[in-house]
Design a protein around this ligand. Structure first.
Ligand code: SD4
Length: 308
């Protein structure tokens, strides 16, 4: 009997991204096409300062993007610190499908994208440039917990630091053929050091999919996720029998256990989907949200449970 067809993604802009993914999934299309189509929406959104075009730059003013994509068979591709390409997720997919490699970075990733026919563009918008000039006045790097507008009720928990610092999109989909796929794309932490790479393009950190078990993706301070091989950990915990929510919670607790003090004031959120299409999430801090779309819930936005 046919199983559930579903897509889930991080944060409130996941709603629009899911709807785009649903145009593929709802017609019996493939999960891999769905996640690529879905995350291209926030990549193109000029109001979103943490993904793709209009993403906030690094401290030297360069918009540098990270993205990864993975299917149920362990095929994967990623780009890191790529500049001037509006849809890094599509370059990541080309890395997966047209090279013998998994990850291309920086100038090499750009060269490959141009060879593949992607257009070289200026991605720093006047608004993002203005925000960067504002930031330069203090040049104080302190990731905010959640973007203010997305924080349910509390505003950055009264903590210092900039707003709109992060909000990556991670997306997981299960198609009518019973296949899972995932994608993750971001401009990374605003005002990061030049050359800094986060968790999003690191397979096993920001994204992991295993067709026998499920998939996971993450958002928040990538350094903490890389340190703990976060998304791989979530999938392995599901393999051991945890529900998606239990697995996300345990991975969050592992991150906190490693650095109890530092993690009091930073955000990491995980989103997971098992191969039955069950979805769960967990975050360190209050304020993480995720969007779920299937034939019944066309555009549900849900608050994640959290430690604080
Ligand atoms: C990073 N994890 O580059 C990304 C940023 C992010 O929500 O997720 N923001 O570390």
């Amino acid at each position: 009997q046919p199983g559930i067809v579903r897509v889930a993604s991080t944060w409130d802009f996941g709603v629009a991204a899911n709807q785009a993914a649903w145009t593929v999934l709802g017609q019996g299309g493939h999960a891999l096409d769905a996640v690529e189509t879905g995350v291209r929406v926030p990549e193109a959104d000029l109001k979103n300062h943490s993904v793709g075009r209009a993403g906030y730059p690094d401290r030297d003013g360069h918009v540098s993007l990270d993205a990864s994509i993975m299917d149920a068979e362990g095929n994967c591709g990623a780009v890191a610190a790529i500049e001037h390409i509006a849809h890094p997720i599509s370059v990541a997919r080309r890395v997966m499908e047209r090279t013998p490699h998994v990850l291309l970075v920086g100038d090499g990733a750009l060269q490959f994208a141009l060879e593949q026919g992607f257009k070289k563009e200026h991605l720093l918008t006047p608004e993002s440039e203005k925000a960067w000039h504002e930031w330069l006045k203090t040049a104080h790097y302190e990731p905010s917990i959640n973007s203010e507008v997305r924080d349910y009720g509390k505003t950055n928990l009264g903590l210092p630091g900039g707003k709109d610092n992060h909000d990556t999109i991670g997306m997981l989909a299960l198609d009518a053929h019973g296949k899972l796929a995932g994608a993750c794309t971001t401009s990374g932490m605003a005002w990061k050091m030049r050359g800094r790479v986060g968790d999003s393009p690191i397979i096993g950190a920001g994204l992991y999919v295993d067709g026998d078990v499920g998939g996971a993706t993450s958002t928040g301070v990538g350094e903490e996720v890389i340190r703990n091989a976060g998304s791989f950990l979530v999938v392995e915990l599901m393999r051991q029998g945890r529900t998606p929510t239990e697995a996300c919670k345990e991975a969050v607790m592992r991150i906190i256990k490693r650095r109890p003090e530092a993690t009091k004031t930073l955000q990491v959120g995980f989103l997971a989907m098992n191969k039955e299409g069950e979805v769960g999430a967990y975050a360190i801090q209050h304020g993480f949200t995720y969007a779920v779309c299937d034939a019944k819930k066309q555009d549900a936005l849900l608050p994640s449970a959290s430690v604080y």
